[in-house]
Design a protein around this ligand. Structure first.
Ligand SMILES: [Zn+2]
Length: 101
């Protein structure tokens, strides 16, 4: 099941939010739907999990870059996971195992 819906980041325009107001960025496609204007329904669930991931990182008082480096992740991927643009499940699982508190 791959239900899609109108992308809520760009309201279906397929253009990133800053691009909508600044013509210098008008060619930048929306990071969530990659310019299609449609995204997966399941991304709403990913956003909830990504928020949990972000809160865990902030509790450790680490920047996105620091936290990504600590776990051997790429910071753009971690950023996408926290925003629910990709499934954050793998990041959450790894983080549980790596916990040393
Ligand atoms: Zn979009």
């Amino acid at each position: 099941m791959t239900a899609t819906t109108t992308c809520w980041d760009c309201n279906g325009t397929g253009i990133s939010a800053p691009a909508a107001t600044n013509t210098a960025f008008r060619d930048i496609p929306c990071a969530r739907c990659h310019g299609s204007g449609q995204c997966l329904e399941i991304m709403r669930e990913w956003m909830k999990r990504g928020e949990i991931l972000r809160q865990k990182r902030e509790r450790l008082d680490l920047s996105l870059r620091e936290y990504a480096r600590l776990h051997g992740w790429k910071s753009p991927e971690l950023s996408d996971a926290e925003r629910g643009r990709i499934n954050p499940e793998n990041f959450l699982n790894v983080q549980m195992e790596a916990r040393r508190e």
